[in-house]
Design a protein. Structure first.
Length: 257
């Protein structure tokens, strides 16, 4: 965990989802969260970062619990708390949430931890904990980094040869994830295999940002109306099976049976 903590101590996570090139990830994710919100819903965000989602949901009046590994991020989140917020923050690890009771939350957000888990045991532990603390019928959101679009990004940024020379890309162009590289990369069939272990029903599998990151310099030049139309376009294609694989980030949304 030390390399991850060090990374976020120096990364502007607070500003990441506000730049126009990264905003689609936030807007599409919130669009799907809002589909299942209801008055009085209790929400848990595991790996809450600096509180981009937790604070936004607290602003809407929801009772939110945020768990975050990185103390630097927690300090930034605390600065955003308002007197009217029902927002409780814990420092903790997604793979071990024993301080939270079973069947507690209506909505569970696991929007970052799966990016940074490098063993099958830890991946399953994080998913199991998120499902355990959700109520029966509760909705869980798990986010993943897409392998293929990350490969595209490495070519575009001329980093591919460095990773190949260091033995970090397999012959089938699947990235080999290690704590030093920070991010774990997934293909959807791998996610499908993991989810076979659980008694859940998938509701949506969504590409939340598509090619936005790859063409950020152009996306940032869109005017207000053009960007609004761009978001309408993403909402139209983000669940299409022939399009989800274009997304840098993928979001698995499922109900606990």
């Amino acid at each position: 965990m030390n390399s991850i903590i060090e990374y976020y101590n120096h990364y502007d996570e607070d500003g990441r989802l506000t730049a126009k090139s990264h905003l689609p990830e936030y807007l599409v994710t919130m669009h799907y969260i809002e589909k299942y919100l209801f008055e009085g819903a209790k929400i848990l965000e595991i790996g809450a970062g600096t509180g981009r989602y937790s604070v936004a949901l607290a602003d809407k009046g929801y009772d939110v619990t945020a768990v975050e590994l990185v103390s630097h991020n927690i300090e930034l989140m605390k600065r955003k708390i308002k007197a009217q917020h029902k927002l409780t923050i814990y420092e903790g690890n997604a793979v071990e949430l024993s301080f939270i009771k079973d069947d507690t939350y209506d909505i569970v957000l696991l929007l970052g931890p799966m990016y940074h888990l490098f063993t099958d045991d830890d991946k399953y532990a994080a998913l199991s904990e998120a499902i355990r603390v959700a109520k029966t019928g509760g909705i869980i959101y798990a986010a993943y980094c897409n392998n293929e679009t990350t490969m595209y990004k490495m070519f575009y940024k001329k980093r591919i040869l460095d990773y190949l020379d260091r033995g970090l890309i397999r012959e089938d162009y699947h990235g080999i994830s290690t704590p030093n590289e920070i991010f774990t990369l997934y293909r959807k069939p791998e996610i499908d295999v993991m989810m076979q272990r659980y008694d859940v029903t998938r509701l949506h599998f969504v590409g939340v940002d598509m090619l936005s990151y790859l063409h950020s310099n152009r996306l940032n030049r869109l005017n207000k109306r053009e960007f609004e139309e761009y978001m309408k376009f993403l909402y139209c294609i983000c669940e299409r099976e022939d399009c989800v694989g274009m997304s840098i980030h993928m979001l698995d949304i499922f109900r606990k049976n």
